[in-house]
Design a protein around this ligand. Structure first.
Ligand SMILES: [Zn+2]
Length: 177
């Protein structure tokens, strides 16, 4: 997001030169440069045996299931975000968190850091923010995530990580192409 006014004091920002970045909006009162940075968020594929944890959250996608996701908040590491979001949204405790790469969503200026993690313990106990959450067979997940392109990419990476070699998980992809 490009800032015009200082979010701290409300003063109109001026341009300040910053090496490679060129002119950057700057508040001389608070001495802060407001770089045009995306908002970091996490997307997590939680695995238990051959199953993956899918959620229904209509405010994200009306007709698709999605993976656990959430914003990185100030004061925590990204790994802590992954652990916290899974716990808050589903009640599940996870371990073996593995980074799978990032995706940029320009419409929302999000940098989505994607992960896989293993179930450790806990019963599903969803938050009010989630309409439905349950385990689904990993090889059927893509069929239920139609609108969620980034989520489907994460599942494809997970299939590769777990060494999945069958065709079934990709039938939907193949029929589309
Ligand atoms: Zn200011």
């Amino acid at each position: 997001m490009k800032f015009k006014y200082c979010p701290k004091c409300g003063k109109e920002l001026i341009e300040k030169y910053s090496w490679d970045e060129g002119g950057v909006p700057y508040c001389p009162v608070d001495d802060i440069m407001y770089f045009d940075t995306p908002k970091p968020c996490v997307v997590v594929a939680v695995l238990k045996d051959n199953n993956i944890l899918l959620l229904k959250q209509s405010y994200i996608f009306k007709n698709s299931k999605v993976l656990v996701s959430g914003y990185v908040t100030n004061g925590e590491t990204v790994e802590e975000t992954v652990y916290r979001e899974v716990k808050e949204e589903t009640g599940i405790t996870i371990g073996d968190i593995k980074y799978l790469g990032s995706e940029y969503l320009s419409s929302k200026e999000l940098i989505m850091l994607t992960f896989m993690a293993n179930y450790v313990e806990g019963e599903i106990n969803k938050s009010d923010e989630v309409e439905w959450v349950d385990w689904r067979e990993l090889e059927n997940a893509i069929y239920e995530m139609e609108e969620d392109e980034i989520g489907k990419n994460v599942v494809r990476k997970v299939l590769s990580e777990v060494g999945y070699t069958e065709d079934k998980a990709y039938v939907y992809d193949n029929n589309k192409g």
